[in-house]
Ligand binder design. Structure first.
Ligand SMILES: [Zn+2]
Length: 419
C-alpha cells in the first residue's frame, strides 16, 4: 500500500541521487552523455504548432517532471542584467586551480562546501544561447538542488514559483558567503542587524539577487479602535498577487463571459486598503491589545526586475484548486506609478516596465500538469518547452495564462517601446 509506495520512492530517489552524483564526478561520462544526447529523440528540435524552430536557442532536457525548473531557468536566462552577471563570473576551475576554488562558494544550507549552486547555475546560463541546437541536460544543477533543497527531491511535479524563491534565496546566500573567499559574517545568526541594512536587503549584504529583484513594500496597519497607524518596511524579491474573486467564476458556454481580468486589477487588489478579519487581529501597541485593523501595501522602492506571481493555486477544504482565469497583461509599458508610496520622488521613466519572460502552468493541479516559458531574446519571443524551443509571435505570448511574469525596468536611454 502507501508504505511500500513511499519506500519504493525513497529507493528511487536514492538511486537517482547516486546516478546524478556519478555523472557529476565523472566528467568523461558526462561528455559521453552529451554525445548520446544528440542522437536521442527528445533533444531534436521539432516543429511546434505555435511557431518555427529556433535556430540559436538551446532547450533543456526534462529529467522527469523537471519542467518547473526548466521554465524558471529559461526565464532567468532572458533577464539580461541577471544572466550576464553569472555568465561573466570566472569558472571555478579558472579562479583558483582545480579544487580550491570550490571552497570559495560556500553552500550554507547543509554546510556542504563540495557543491556550488552558483557555479552550476553559471554553467547552465553559459550553455544556453550558444547556437547549439542540442538540448542541454541540467543534471549537474539538479544534483546540487537535490543536495541543498531536499524538498525538491523526487520526480513529482513541483511549484515553479516555490522553486524560483528557493533558487534565488540559495544563490543569494551562497554569494553572500563567497565574499573574500570565506563565509560572510553577515550570515551568522547572532549578528545584530542594522536597521538601514534590513531596509534594503534580504538578510544582510546585497548581492546580484537583491540588487536585481529586490524592492521594498511599506506595510501600513491602522488600528480601527484608536486610530494609531504603524508602518513597517518589508523587502521583497517578488509580489504574489491574488486574482480578484469576481474574476474566478467559471463560465459555461451559454453564459456571457464577464469582463476580462487585467494585471492592473490584480495589482490594485494587492495594494488596496484591506480590512483584516477577526482571525488576524493586529496587536496595537497603543491599545496594548489585539484590535480590528486595516492594512495597506505601498511600494516604497521598485526593483530593476519586477517579478509578479499570480496566485493560481488555492486551498479549499481538502484540495488545492487551480484558478484558470485568463489575466490580461501588457507587453510594453506596465506603469507602476500609481502603486508607489512617493511617486513624486521618482522619474516618470523609472516606473515603466517591459515584459521579459512569462512562466505558464498547463493543466489542472499543482502536483500535475506541465510548465513552459516564454522569453524575449534580442527582440524576438521564444517558447521554451523543455528540449523544444520555438519562435513565437507577440500575440501568442499575450494569449498565455501567465503564472509568473518578469518585467524589466525601462532605462532612461531607451526610447519608448512601440505600443
Ligand atoms: Zn489601537
Amino acid at each position: 500500500g502507501e508504505n511500500t509506495k513511499r519506500k519504493e520512492k525513497r529507493i528511487r530517489v536514492r538511486e537517482h541521487l547516486q546516478s546524478l552524483e556519478n555523472s557529476v564526478s565523472n566528467t568523461d561520462r558526462q561528455r559521453k552523455r552529451k554525445r548520446s544526447d544528440s542522437s536521442s529523440p527528445d533533444s531534436k528540435l521539432k516543429k511546434d504548432s505555435d511557431g518555427t524552430v529556433a535556430q540559436c536557442a538551446t532547450g533543456l532536457r526534462n529529467l522527469g517532471n523537471t519542467c518547473f525548473m526548466n521554465a524558471i531557468l529559461q526565464s532567468l536566462s532572458n533577464i539580461q542584467v541577471f544572466s550576464c552577471y553569472f555568465k561573466e563570473l570566472p569558472s571555478v576551475a579558472l579562479r583558483s586551480g582545480k579544487t580550491a576554488g570550490r571552497r570559495m562558494y560556500h553552500t550554507r544550507s547543509q554546510g556542504d562546501s563540495s557543491v556550488s549552486l552558483v557555479e552550476e547555475f553559471r554553467k547552465i546560463l553559459c550553455s544556453l544561447w550558444q547556437g547549439s541546437q542540442t538540448a542541454f541536460s541540467p543534471d549537474a544543477l539538479f544534483y546540487v538542488i537535490w543536495k541543498i533543497m531536499p524538498s525538491f527531491r523526487g520526480y513529482q511535479q513541483q511549484d515553479a514559483h516555490e522553486f524560483l524563491r528557493y533558487l534565488l534565496d540559495h544563490l543569494h546566500r551562497e554569494m553572500q558567503g563567497s565574499k573574500n573567499g570565506s563565509p560572510s559574517p553577515a550570515l551568522s545568526p547572532d549578528r545584530p542587524k542594522h536597521a538601514s541594512e534590513s531596509k534594503c536587503c534580504i538578510n544582510g549584504t546585497s548581492t546580484i539577487v537583491t540588487s536585481v529583484f529586490g524592492g521594498i513594500l511599506q506595510n501600513e496597519v491602522y488600528c480601527l479602535i484608536c486610530g494609531t497607524e504603524s508602518r513597517k518596511f518589508d523587502p521583497f524579491l517578488d509580489l504574489s498577487l491574488d486574482i480578484p474573486s469576481q474574476f474566478r467564476i467559471k463560465f459555461t458556454k451559454d453564459q456571457e463571459p464577464g469582463p476580462t481580468c487585467t494585471l492592473n486589477d490584480c495589482l490594485r487588489s494587492f495594494t488596496d486598503l484591506e480590512e483584516l478579519d477577526e482571525t488576524e487581529l493586529y496587536m496595537c501597541h497603543k491599545c496594548k491589545k489585539r484590535q480590528k485593523s486595516t492594512k495597506k501595501f505601498w511600494i516604497q522602492k521598485l526593483p530593476k526586475v519586477l517579478c509578479l506571481h499570480l496566485k493560481r493555486f488555492h486551498w479549499t477544504a481538502f484540495l488545492r484548486n487551480k484558478i484558470d482565469t485568463y489575466v490580461e497583461f501588457p507587453m510594453h509599458g506596465l506603469d507602476m506609478k500609481s502603486f508607489l508610496l512617493e511617486p513624486e520622488n521618482s522619474l516618470p521613466a523609472r516606473c515603466l516596465y517591459d515584459l521579459a519572460a512569462v512562466v505558464v502552468h498547463h493543466g489542472s493541479g499543482i502536483g500535475s500538469g506541465h510548465y513552459t516559458a516564454y522569453g524575449l531574446h534580442e527582440g524576438r519571443w521564444y517558447h521554451f518547452n523543455d528540449s523544444t524551443v520555438t519562435l513565437v509571435s507577440e500575440e501568442a505570448v499575450l494569449k498565455a495564462k501567465a503564472y509568473i511574469l518578469f518585467y524589466t525596468e525601462r532605462s532612461d536611454q531607451e526610447s519608448p517601446a512601440k505600443l
